[in-house]
Design a binder for this molecule. Structure first.
Ligand code: NOJ
Length: 548
C-alpha cells in the first residue's frame, strides 16, 4: 500500500489571526495556536494548513505579502513559528503554509525599488507595459471590486500587471531570478520544517503575461522544476495547489512522467465542490455521479483535495448559469449573501439552515469521496457568518472557543478585535462554541471527532479507487465504494429527506462480516443485504471487508 502521507491526511485550514489570541491584543497569534494544538490532535486532524503568515499590509487577509522570509509580527516571531512546528510534530501534525508567489504586496521592497527606476535590479521582477494595454479591463478575478488588471504607476511612469487587486503586482515568472527566488523561499521554510505548501493561484503564477495578450501561454515546466527542487530539499514535502481551471486542463498541473505525477501532488477539487453544492441544493446526487464518472484517471501520486468550505466564497463559476441560480436559490437567495456574481459568502451551517442532519450528511459525503479532505476551522462546531462584514470577511470571524467574552478568542475589548465575534442568534458564540460541545457526546464537534477517527481507519478513501455503485436506489440516494489493498468500503448517503431502503445484495458475495463503521443512527445489524434501511438525510459507511 502507498505510504504517501498526504493520501491519508485530514487537513485543517486556519488563519492565525482569527484562531486564538494569547496576548490580549485582539489578534490571534502563534502562541495562541500552540495552546490549541491538543484540541486539534483530539479532533484527529493530521495536517494544518495555515493561511498566509508573512508580514503584510493585510489588505487581502495576508495574500499581499511584504516579506517572504518572516512571520507577521502581530502573530509572533520566527522563533515562535519554529516552536509551533516542533509542538505540532510532537502531536503527529504536519504544517503546510500558503505560498503566495503570483504577486507581492505593492509595499514589498522589491516593488518599491522596481517602480523607482528602470535601472532598479528589481524592475524586471514585475510585469510592465510602456503603453496602455488594450486588454487592461480583462481577466479580473474580483469583478465588482477590481476594475482592471493593468494599472498606471506614476512613479514608474509605466503600467504594471496585477491579476488580483491593484495592490498585488504580479511577479514576472519569465525572469530566471524570480524563479530562483521562489525556490529559495520554499527552501527556507522547508528548512525550518514545514511539510509543504498550499500554492496560491497556480494558473496565474505560470502565465507568461504580455500586454495585449489576455490568453498568455503557461509555462508548466516551471512546476516540474519547482517540484524537483522541493522534493530534493525534503523528500516527503507536498504541493497542494489552487488551480480552478477547466477539467481538461487539470492534467497539466499534475504532470505525468512515466505514469507518475511530476508537478503538483494535490489539487483542490473545485469541480467536485461546485457539484457537491448543487447536489445538496437539489437533494439529489446525480451531478456527483457524473463527477465521479468524469474524473480522469490520475497518474500515480496525484491526489484530489476535497472541500465544502474554504476561506473564500463558494465558487460556483464552473456550473451553468441555471445550475448556479439553483444553488443561489437554496443557499444564498439574498444578494447580500452573494459575491462576485459567482459565489456565496456564507458558511455551511447557515446555508443548511443549521439542520444538523444535513450538516452531518454533507461532511460524511465530502470525507468519503475520493481524495484528501480539507476542513475549514469552525466548521467542526457549525459556526455561522457575519454578513455585515465586507466581502469574504463574513466567513473569517474569530474561532468560538467558549461562552467567555469574545467567545474565549481574546481578552481584548470587543472594539480591539481583528474582526467581531459572531454574537447572538443561533450561531452566536453563546450557543455555538467548543467548550459547550466538548461536554456533549451528541454535539457536532463530538461527531466530527468520531467521523475523522473513522476515516483514519479507512485508508481506502484516500489511497484507493472510488466508484459509483450503479444499482437501483430510491431518489436522493448515492451509493459509492472505495477499494484498496487494505479492503473495501461501501457508502450510502441519502441527500433527500425521505427514508428509504437500499438493496445491496449484489455486493453480498464480496462481503466478509460487513458492518456499519459510521452512521447517522443505529441501524439493524447487517445480515442479508437486500433491504438496508437508510434514513432521510442519513448515511451509512459500511466496511464490506478488510484484508489481513
Ligand atoms: C486565492 C486566495 O484563496 C484568495 O483568498 C486570495 O485573495 C487570492 N488568491 C489572491 O492571492
Amino acid at each position: 500500500m502507498s505510504d504517501r502521507w498526504y493520501e491519508k491526511a485530514v487537513i485543517y485550514c486556519l488563519d492565525i489571526d482569527t484562531y486564538a489570541d494569547s496576548n490580549g491584543d485582539g489578534v490571534g497569534d502563534i502562541r495562541g495556536l500552540i495552546g490549541r494544538l491538543d484540541y486539534l490532535a483530539r479532533l484527529g486532524i493530521t495536517c494544518l494548513w495555515l493561511n498566509p503568515i508573512h508580514p503584510s499590509p493585510d489588505k487581502d487577509d495576508g495574500y499581499d505579502v511584504a516579506d517572504f522570509y518572516n512571520v507577521d509580527p502581530r502573530f509572533g516571531t520566527l522563533g515562535d513559528f519554529a516552536e509551533l512546528l516542533h509542538q505540532a510534530q510532537n502531536r503527529g501534525i504536519k504544517v503546510i503554509i500558503d505560498l503566495v508567489v503570483n504577486h507581492t504586496s505593492d509595499q514589498h521592497p522589491w516593488f518599491q525599488s522596481a517602480r523607482q527606476s528602470p535601472e532598479s535590479p528589481y524592475r524586471d521582477w514585475y510585469v510592465w507595459s510602456e503603453t496602455e494595454p488594450p486588454d487592461r479591463n480583462q481577466g479580473m478575478v474580483f469583478p465588482g471590486e477590481q476594475k482592471e488588471t493593468w494599472t498606471y504607476d506614476r512613479t514608474a511612469k509605466q503600467w504594471f500587471y496585477h491579476r488580483f487587486y491593484k495592490f498585488q503586482p504580479d511577479l514576472n515568472i519569465t525572469n530566471p531570478q524570480v524563479r530562483e527566488e521562489i525556490k529559495k523561499i520554499c527552501a527556507f521554510w522547508l528548512q525550518l520544517g514545514v511539510a509543504g505548501f498550499r500554492m496560491d493561484a497556480v494558473p496565474f503564477i505560470i502565465e507568461e503575461t504580455e500586454p495585449g495578450n489576455p490568453d498568455a501561454p503557461k509555462d508548466f515546466a516551471f512546476l516540474t522544476d519547482l517540484r524537483q527542487h522541493i522534493q530534493w530539499r525534503r523528500g516527503d514535502a507536498v504541493l497542494l495547489a489552487e488551480a480552478n481551471v477547466e477539467a481538461d486542463q487539470l492534467k497539466h498541473f499534475f504532470g505525468d512522467q512515466g505514469g507518475s505525477a511530476n508537478r503538483i501532488h494535490m489539487l483542490f477539487d473545485f469541480m467536485l465542490n461546485g457539484r457537491l453544492m448543487l447536489a445538496l441544493a437539489r437533494r439529489h446526487p446525480e451531478v456527483i455521479i457524473d463527477a465521479l464518472q468524469d474524473t480522469p484517471k490520475l497518474p500515480s501520486g496525484a491526489q484530489w483535495a476535497t472541500f465544502l468550505r474554504n476561506h473564500d466564497e463558494v465558487d460556483l463559476s464552473r456550473l451553468t448559469a441555471e445550475q448556479r441560480a439553483e444553488v443561489f436559490g437554496q443557499f444564498g437567495p439574498d444578494e447580500s449573501m452573494q459575491l462576485y456574481g459567482r459565489g456565496i459568502r456564507r458558511r455551511l451551517a447557515p446555508m443548511l439552515g443549521g439542520d444538523r442532519r444535513r450538516l452531518e450528511l454533507a461532511y460524511a459525503l465530502q470525507f468519503s469521496l475520493r481524495g484528501t479532505p480539507v476542513l475549514r476551522y469552525g466548521e467542526e462546531i457549525g459556526m455561522g457568518d457575519d454578513l455585515s462584514l465586507e466581502g469574504r470577511d463574513a466567513i473569517r470571524t474569530p474561532m468560538q472557543w467558549s461562552s467567555l467574552p469574545n467567545g474565549g478568542f481574546s481578552t481584548a475589548t470587543p472594539d480591539e478585535l481583528i474582526r467581531p465575534v459572531v454574537t447572538g442568534g443561533d450561531f452566536g458564540y453563546e450557543q455555538v462554541n467548543v467548550t459547550l460541545q466538548r461536554h456533549d457526546p451528541q454535539s457536532l464537534l463530538s461527531w466530527f471527532e468520531r467521523m475523522i477517527r473513522t476515516l483514519r481507519e479507512t485508508p481506502e478513501v484516500g489511497s484507493g479507487t472510488c466508484k459509483h455503485v450503479d444499482i437501483p436506489v430510491p431518489a436522493g440516494v448515492l451509493v459509492h465504494r472505495a477499494d484498496a489493498d487494505t479492503g473495501c468500503m461501501v457508502f450510502i448517503h441519502n441527500l433527500g429527506p425521505d427514508d428509504g431502503v437500499v438493496d445491496l445484495s449484489s455486493l453480498e458475495p464480496e462481503a466478509e462480516y460487513p458492518n456499519d463503521v459510521l452512521a447517522d443512527q443505529e441501524y439493524p445489524d447487517l445480515g442479508k443485504m437486500d433491504a438496508l434501511p437508510i434514513g432521510g438525510f442519513g448515511y451509512r459507511w459500511i466496511r464490506l471487508k478488510r484484508f489481513a
